[in-house]
Write a protein that binds this ligand. Sequence first.
Ligand SMILES: [Cu+2]
Length: 146
Amino acid sequence: MTPRIGIGVAAAGLLVLTGCASWGPEGGPGGIGRSDAPVTAGTSAAPAVAATRGPDGVQRITVTMTDDLRFEPDRVRARPGVVEFRLQNVGVTPHDMTVAESTAGNVNGGQTATLRVTVEKPGEYPFPCLYHAESGMRGVLEVAAQ
Ligand SMILES: [Cu+2]
């Protein structure tokens, strides 16, 4: 039963991804063009990193954004509830992160940002960088069953 729910959510996420053609141009505002960047369909094969639940019940994970147009980690695991991404842009290229219909907005090189979302349904929630999704800069938030 649970896998079926997960697949349904993932498919809905993909529809959202492909249905949105208004994302910013590759490179983003002030971004660096990366014609040599590979176009990949999915995330890395690295295992998911679990968000850490704090005493306030918020699950926190630090994700770095790099000039290689990657999120590290690009697979994050959590339970249903509030998940807080602490974004650190460790390069110079501006990035963004969108997950579960919330966006961090532009994060310039050297800056940090916090993106907090509430996810109730188990499943996979893609988190693309809206500037570089086509270059493979995207991750997945895996929400397990309670
Ligand atoms: Cu980016």
